[in-house]
Design a protein around this ligand. Structure first.
Ligand SMILES: Cc1cc2nc3c(=O)[nH]c(=O)nc-3n(C[C@H](O)[C@H](O)[C@H](O)COP(=O)(O)O)c2cc1C
Length: 173
């Protein structure tokens, strides 16, 4: 398998996840880059207007599977990644979705899968959901502190999904 990682991150958690997987898989990492500087308020406006922010063209090297990595905001795939997926559309080919987000909300996984199918015309082959809430002390679970939590490289290694993703990718012919 020749995977390529396509990633977007606002505060760094999904960027760390993407870098870690790229290094373990020895595969290229392509960032989704918004054209305009992003601020916390940009997320609120994206959510309010269901916006597709303008991004730089996504240029993917040759691959046979795309690993798409992005955070979730109010159950929506981060809007710059939504813009990238819409631009790729049916040309995306086989892909999987991976997110390091805060914590599961009602109907979240199904809603994310619906968005993926609407944007690309096909479901993901795999959907791995990693949650910050699994790492943090119990007293801050369910509080806004979860969304502000920065996962360290050491903490990231505690997610069993990392080994699962690498194992799955390496097992593909
Ligand atoms: C405005 C906002 C809304 C969020 N909504 C969700 C959500 O619906 N579900 C979830 O699992 N995480 C949610 N999160 C948490 C982020 O997905 C999480 O902090 C993620 O790790 C940030 O990724 P990044 O550092 O790569 O930008 C939200 C965070 C923010 C700031």
């Amino acid at each position: 398998m020749r995977p390529v990682i396509l990633a977007y991150s606002f505060t760094g958690n999904n960027r760390l996840l993407a870098e870690t997987l790229a290094s373990k898989l020895g595969c290229p990492l392509v960032d989704v880059v918004p054209r305009a500087k992003r601020w916390p308020i940009s997320i609120a406006i994206d959510l309010m207007l269901r916006r597709f922010p303008r991004i730089r063209p996504v240029d993917l090297p040759g691959h046979d599977h795309l690993l798409v990595i992005a955070p979730l905001w109010n159950r929506w795939i981060a809007h710059p990644m939504r813009a990238a997926l819409r631009a790729l559309g049916a040309e995306i080919g086989p892909y999987s979705f991976i997110s390091l987000s805060g914590g599961v909300r009602p109907g979240q996984i199904e809603f994310v899968d619906e968005q993926l199918e609407q944007l690309t015309g096909q479901p993901p082959r795999n959907h791995w959901a990693l949650y910050v809430e699994k790492l943090v002390p119990e007293d801050i679970r369910g509080t806004p502190k979860v969304s502000a939590y920065k996962v360290s490289p050491h903490e990231l290694e505690r997610y069993p999904e990392i080994g699962e993703i690498v194992g799955w990718a390496q097992a593909q012919p």
